[in-house]
Design a protein around this ligand. Sequence first.
Ligand code: ADP
Length: 269
Amino acid sequence: VRINFTTIIQETGYINGYIAVLHDITEQQLTENERREFVANVSHELRTPLTSMRSYIEALEEGACKDSNIAPNFLSVTRNETDRMIRLVNDLLQLSNMDRKDEVLNREIIDFNLFISQIIERFEMSYKEVDFVKDLANDSIFVEIDPDKMTQVFDNIISNAIKYSQKEQKRVEFHVKQNVFFNRMTISIKDNGLGIPKGKVDKIFDRFYRVDKARTRQMGGTGLGLAISKDIVEAHDGKIWATSCEGHGTTIYVTLPCELLEAGEWDAN
Ligand code: ADP
C-alpha cells in the first residue's frame, strides 16, 4: 500500500486537516515485480558459474591443459560449476511445476515417527561426527504425505542444520509432538550452528535468499532449497517457519495435519 498525505491549509494559515489517500498496489503489480526479480535472480545465478567456467576453460586453452599440476584442478572446478548449474535448473523446474500445480502429491498414510527415524538414521550413517538427539512421540502419528517430497523437505532442513555450523560438536535435535485437539503434529529441528541475524529469519524461505551469498555458493547451495520445502509443506496443508539466535543456532518448525486412526485401520505395508 502506498500512502499519500495532503495537508488542508486555510488562507489564514491554519491547518484544517489532512487527507490520506491509500493506494492499493494490486496483487497483479506485486506478482509482476516478483516475476521480474525472479528472472533477474535466475540470470545472475546462471551467469556466475558460466563466467567462472569460461575463465577456467580459457586458461586451459591457453596452455594450462598441458600442466599436469593445475589442469585436473581447473577441470574439477568446471565440473563442480556444471553440477551446481544442473542442481539449479532442476530446482527451478521443480519450483515452476509446483507453481503451476503440475506436481502431484502421491500421498500415502505413513507413521511419521518411523518415517523421520529412517531419515535421521541415514544422516547418522553419513555424519558420524554430528550428535543427533531424538525426542520422538511415544505413540504412532499417522500423516497422509508424499514420502518422496517430504523426504526432500527434511533432507534439506537437516543438511542445512549441519552445513550452517562451525561448532566443534555439532548437534541436531528432533522433537515431535502431536496435538490431538487440532489434529496436527509438529516437528522441530534444532541446530547449534551459526544462527541467522535478527530480522532475516523469515527471509530464508524466499527464493534465492542466502544470509551469506558468497559462502553458500561456495558450498554448492542454490538458495532454493527452503523455498521448495515451503511449497511442498504448504501443498500438504502444513506450515513451515523458523526461529533463530545468531551465533547460537536455528530451529525449523514444520506442522502437518495428521490422521486419527483406530487400531487395525492402518496397513503396515
Ligand atoms: P541454500 O542452503 O542452498 O543456500 P536454502 O534455501 O536451503 O538454500 O537456505 C537459504 C539460506 O538460509 C541459506 O543460504 C542460509 O543462509 C540460511 N539457512 C538455512 N538454514 C539454516 C540454518 N539451519 N542455520 C543458519 N542459516 C540457515
